[in-house]
Design a binder for this molecule. Sequence first.
Ligand SMILES: [Zn+2]
Length: 270
Amino acid sequence: MGQLRRLAGMAMVVGVLACAVASTALRAAPVFDLQPNPHWKAELRVTSAELLVQREAEARKANAYGCEQYCALLADIFERVVRVATYQVPGGADHDWQLIVTRMPGEEAWSLPDGHVFISEDFIRRNKLDAEQIAFVIAHEVSHVVLAHEADTVDIVRRLVPFGVSASVSDVYATLDFDMGLLLRLAPMMSDMELEADRTGLMFAALAGYDPDRASGFLRKLAAGEQHQAVVATHPEDPRRLAEAQQFLPIARRLYALHDTLGLRAGSTR
Ligand SMILES: [Zn+2]
């Protein structure tokens, strides 16, 4: 979930687990052929950096910065998922990959377009997520980054709104804050991006060595939970997310079976 998808009520942030992504010899062909949108990259980096500073300050102030309970598990999952994603997607390594862990009540998981992924231990505890489900959640966020969903959204908003050529990314965000009509027009596209992040995340997690049948348990939990209907639905409804992801389980299972060849070992020094 990028910043745009987080406009409604994002809490704070916290704690940094640096992820050292090994750039090593590759031994298998990438499974995906994804060409991220390079537009607005520099501008998005600036707005990402600003938001990062702001969220970290908020988290420190709330004394909820950093991991406590899941440090090793989260570091391992993030390293494995990012290794797969950066190998599978052209330009995927060109991000400031870092996992930022908070203990903020109510915060879930989200990402900045520059590669900072946030997750709250409270979210993990509250939903009783196991390693595979956490891997899916993190892989979903990593997918938003490598698929450049934020850049695509900014790109489309600039085409829809008569800004003129000088509109900045900040102008786009400010417009989205008050233009409900624009948000309604974007909602179907943003829902599609969520579904794309779900299925790509499922594949990344499978290639990183996480059983997709267990990983998709996160979506089963969501679908079984209470449904909230937002005023503007920028996320698809949870049962639809589960149904769409289930269509990709057969291929995810095959990738999982081959993950030693196509996933981890492809970019591993182990
Ligand atoms: Zn998302």
